[in-house]
Design a protein around this ligand. Structure first.
Ligand code: URA
Length: 247
């Protein structure tokens, strides 16, 4: 992994300012490396060894970044696309070029999506062996019944090769259109929609509310995002460290 960067890039990556702003700060003598004022923006710093301060305050390099996005409907879960808007187009923090979404939500699905550049955490969260829970709220055409709850809990047989893992279905309201919450422990393509199809019903709106310990921040409007808090990140990392790896 690359550990040496230009001083101006380091500071801009850590959102001290834009590249132009941090160059000005450096030239004004506001930045020190290991206690010594450095006035050259191109000066190389080592993120593992060097200690940086700007205006007397420590600036610690963070290799990984983590954002919680409330994905809106109509945006695809991809890093870039020539024609369609992607979830990464919503992240206006453009200093990072290595961000990607952890897992996939359909174009018409809303809700919690983790965006990061931490490949190891993403791998852990998505590993089929870890059975990380995902909670969804869905609006379903048709009357969801206690029989459906039982079938979901037993593990729905989806096709010859795939029987879904037991899932927790909770009916919030039942009628010609039903509102439900579902917790699944895997993440197959169109999984929730296919599970309802398997019991003869159609999902008409879907929103993810949580993934493992990470819960969608209710104050984020669709399309808005924020960095994870230290607590959220620690809980998520602890979760993947302690998850059952048997299955
Ligand atoms: N299940 C689905 O059917 N779609 C999603 O976007 C997520 C889970």
């Amino acid at each position: 992994m690359k550990t040496s960067f230009r001083l101006d890039k380091y500071l801009a990556d850590m959102a001290v300012g834009t590249r132009t702003e941090v160059k000005n700060m450096i030239r004004k003598g506001l930045v020190t490396v290991n206690g010594e004022v450095i006035r050259r923006p191109e000066y190389k710093v080592d993120i593992e060894k060097d200690r940086l301060q700007c205006g007397g305050r420590d600036v610690v390099y963070q290799t990984h970044v983590y954002y919680m996005l409330n994905k809106p409907s109509g945006v695809i879960t991809a890093t870039n696309d020539k024609r369609q808007k992607t979830v990464l187009d919503l992240i206006t923090d453009k200093e990072r070029k290595d961000l990607f979404p952890v897992g996939r939500l359909d174009k018409d699905t809303e809700g919690l999506l983790l965006i990061t550049n931490d490949g190891e955490l993403a791998h852990q969260l998505l590993s089929p062996k870890k059975h990380v829970s995902k909670l969804y709220r869905a609006l379903v055409e048709g009357c969801v019944t206690d029989e459906d709850v039982k079938l979901f809990a037993e593990g729905l047989k989806m096709d010859e090769e795939w029987t879904a893992l037991p899932a927790e279905l909770k009916i919030l309201s039942a009628g010609p259109e039903s509102e439900v919450e579902v917790i699944i422990y895997e993440g197959k393509f169109h999984q929730i929609k296919r599970m309802f199809e398997a019991v003869g019903k159609k999902v008409v709106a879907l929103k993810r509310l949580s993934m493992g310990t990470l819960q969608l921040d209710g104050s984020l409007q669709p399309g808005e995002y924020r960095p994870l808090t230290t607590d959220e990140l620690e809980q998520l990392t602890a979760l993947t460290d302690h998850m059952d790896t048997k299955g």
